[in-house]
Design a protein around this ligand. Structure first.
Ligand SMILES: Nc1nc2c(ncn2[C@@H]2O[C@H](COP(=O)(O)OP(=O)(O)O)[C@@H](O)[C@H]2O)c(=O)[nH]1
Ligand SMILES: [Mg+2]
Length: 216
């Protein structure tokens, strides 16, 4: 299950709100904080919604400040018998909850202020990169440094469904990630309402949640 998005803006009380959100329910189940970073329109919010099983937003909405989306996870996968399709990975008695922290991705002073909040205490970072954003690819090493190379990470390249319109050749991206020992996931995460888009999102959700588990 998911809990509603919490939008945090900087300003008075920001630090306290940030801390209490992170500590909230910590004793009830283990909380895994995951920083989701990347430039504006990289596909961070869309990815988080897909991972949480939420319906896509109809129109692009720029993330304000920091947004946190929480996914309570469980063991229904263990209930899945051979041949049966899993209905998802939520369960009634959650043991692990993922908190996805997205910092607004503008390359501005404001972003520099927000990124450390998103990255602090993160067990994992998802570096989201649009395959249509060449400058975003060039900025990736700096972005990884900004979060801290001690945080395990996945590079998630979005818009692979638009494969003929991308600005970064797959080979170049794969070579870069191999050279820097970065785990790379190429995803197509379209946000439209068609059945095909829905199927793609289901695949993305299972794929990326499995990749996250491998790194925890
Ligand atoms: N076709 C396609 N569109 C995407 C994909 N990921 C994101 N988008 C679209 O790109 C726009 C920006 O995405 P969003 O998640 O809001 O970017 P953010 O600024 O990084 O949070 C939205 O209109 C999404 O629907 C993808 O993998 N494929
Ligand atoms: Mg966003």
């Amino acid at each position: 299950m998911t809990v509603p998005t919490t939008g945090l803006l900087d300003g008075p009380g920001f630090e306290q709100a940030t801390r209490s959100l992170l500590d909230d329910n910590a004793e009830l189940h283990s909380l895994v904080k995951i920083a989701v970073v990347g430039r504006e329109k990289a596909g961070k919010s869309a990815l988080i919604r897909t991972l949480c099983g939420l319906e896509p937003l109809q129109n692009y909405v720029e993330t304000a400040g920091i947004e946190v989306q929480q996914l309570l996870r469980g063991a229904s996968r263990e209930d899945t018998s051979a041949g049966a399709q899993s209905q998802g990975d939520e369960m009634s008695a959650p043991s692990t909850s993922f908190q996805f922290w997205e910092a607004a991705g503008r390359p501005s002073a404001r972003f520099e202020y927000l990124l450390p909040s998103a990255a602090s205490k993160a067990r994992l970072a998802l570096h989201v990169l649009s395959l249509q954003d060449r400058a975003g690819f060039d900025a990736l090493p700096q972005q990884i440094d900004d979060v801290g190379t001690h945080v395990p990470c996945l590079v998630i390249a979005t818009r692979h469904d638009l494969v003929y319109q991308t600005a970064i050749p797959d080979d170049e991206l794969r070579a870069f990630c191999a050279r820097h020992r970065l785990r790379l996931c190429l995803i197509g995460n379209p946000q439209d309402q068609t059945d095909e888009a829905q199927q793609r999102r289901t695949i993305v959700r299972k794929y990326i949640l499995a990749e996250i588990e491998k790194l925890l």
